[in-house]
Design a protein around this ligand. Structure first.
Ligand SMILES: Cc1ncc(COP(=O)(O)O)c(C=O)c1O
Length: 451
């Protein structure tokens, strides 16, 4: 694959630009002051600098959470950039605000969250920030509780919001310990519980059903951080436990999902959803500058960020139009392929006595330790393998896991440290399924070249 053959999406741009032009043909001609040759040379320089990246778009990149946007998303984003709409207000983003509302309603429908209040935002951090902030307004003075494997943003955001933070222990597979949560709830100071469906390090799915059941005895809000895992709601090949969690996601008070992770979008596309549209009252503000062109809802009236790229909404809307969020559809089948590839990787690692996969993947993230005599030695070997693989153009990631999450896999005989640096693969591209044999060949060659 080369960049100029991305489903030919960019080749259609010339035709689409003409179509866009037709919407404004009653305006007098004007020529922007640009120097085409300077643009060309600057863009060529830019392309050269961009070569310094790792090959995030290629199936041999199987490291961090990086998924190439769909070609239609890239092209729709570029198309919208000709106007550069701002979805803060209808004044600046008339069409793209409508597209955002439609796309967000589509995501809410995927979760069965109807009615809902929600909008796009810069990413998972901003989306979680808004959900925790609304939680604070509804349960003032109370704490946020999240598991030790929840994204670090929750502890930091709680500090920004002046909310106490309670870190809950996890089980051996990195899922929130529901019993420990109940003990913490008994103390009575927790206002919001963050349930992660797809933890960042290992793709673990917290027991949402057990947390929801606790609401009959304790008063707290349930916030689901599905920034990574949310789209797996559509996958038909999850194990019963994670599947059960996704089935009850519509009972959460708020949900975060990142279209810029598994939703095939360029960065700058997070989404927060609330089950009760009445929480919109907390956003209320007056603006002397905006909101003049329509009495309809402006997205800036229900979001904390002001200016936001309307192009993000156009890209998401186009992608969802082409790949609707329905079970059994092409989008869902892409996720199912990722999961199949992750399971194939896990099986291959299990069959290799040099590796100790920590546990089977709950979604599509695979983590494994390198067997060694001691924990420190295992970490050293993982780092060396990571470097050797990179030299062979196989791009993995590293992640540190506590002893309690590694022990069951018995990676080492002697524990001279309380944690191990493990290898981690985010198997996020549907193409990874076909590429798995080649990935495994390169992993074997890297192992041989490690020392
Ligand atoms: C579960 C989870 N929550 C929140 C975030 C933060 O999202 P972002 O990087 O889009 O701000 C991440 C990022 O990896 C994540 O995995």
């Amino acid at each position: 694959m080369t960049f100029d053959h991305q489903g030919d999406a960019f080749h259609h741009l010339a035709e689409c630009l003409k179509s866009l032009d037709r919407g404004f043909e009653n305006l007098p001609e004007f020529s922007p002051r640009v120097d085409p040759e300077a643009i060309r040379t600057t863009l060529l320089e830019t392309a050269e600098r961009l070569r310094e990246n790792r090959p995030y778009h290629h199936p041999l990149y199987i490291g961090q959470m990086l998924k190439p946007p769909h070609p239609v998303a890239r092209a729709a984003y570029a198309l919208a950039m000709c106007l550069n709409p701002n979805n803060h207000a209808l004044d600046g983003g008339l069409a793209t605000s409508a597209m955002e509302k439609e796309a967000v309603a589509g995501i809410a429908r995927m979760f069965g969250l109807e009615p809902h209040l929600g909008h796009l935002c810069g990413g998972g951090t901003m989306a979680n920030f808004e959900a925790l902030w609304v939680g604070r307004e509804l349960r003032p003075g109370r704490a946020v509780a999240a598991s030790a494997q929840a994204h670090y943003t929750h502890a930091r955001l709680s500090a920004v919001l002046g909310m106490p933070f309670v870190k809950l222990p996890v089980d051996a597979t990195g899922r929130m310990d529901a019993q420990a949560l109940e003990q913490a709830l008994e103390v009575g100071a927790i206002g919001t519980v963050v349930v992660t469906l797809g933890t960042t390090a290992a793709g673990g799915v917290d027991p949402l059903d057990r947390v929801l059941d606790l609401r009959s005895r304790y008063d707290f809000r349930v916030h689901v951080d599905a920034a990574y895992g949310g789209y797996f709601t559509l996958a038909d090949n999850l194990e019963p436990e994670p599947r059960g969690a996704f089935r009850r996601i519509d009972e959460a008070d708020s949900i975060v999902i990142d279209p810029h992770k598994h939703g095939l979008q360029p960065y700058g596309c997070g989404c927060v959803l609330f089950r009760d549209p009445a929480v919109g009252r907390f956003y209320k503000h007056d603006s002397p500058y905006t909101y003049f062109s329509s009495s309809e809802l402006h997205l800036g009236e229900i979001s904390l960020e002001c200016s936001r790229a309307g192009a993000s909404a156009a890209a998401l809307w186009a992608t969802m139009r082409m790949l609707p969020l329905v079970p059994g559809g092409a989008f869902a089948s892409g996720l199912e392929s990722c999961r199949e590839a992750a399971l194939a990787l896990h099986r291959a690692l299990e069959a290799n006595d040099r590796y100790a996969p920590l546990f089977p993947p709950q979604l599509d993230i695979v983590v494994w330790a390198v067997r060694a005599a001691t924990a420190k030695d295992s970490s050293k070997r993982a780092r060396r393998l990571f470097d050797a693989a990179e030299r062979l153009n196989l791009h993995l990631a590293l992640a540190t896991f506590p002893r309690a999450m590694c022990e069951a896999a018995r990676p080492v005989a002697t524990w001279d440290a309380d944690e191990i640096v493990c290898l981690r693969a985010c198997v996020m591209k549907p193409e990874h399924r076909e590429w798995m044999p080649e990935i495994l060949r390169r992993l074997n060659r890297s192992e041989a070249a490690r020392d």
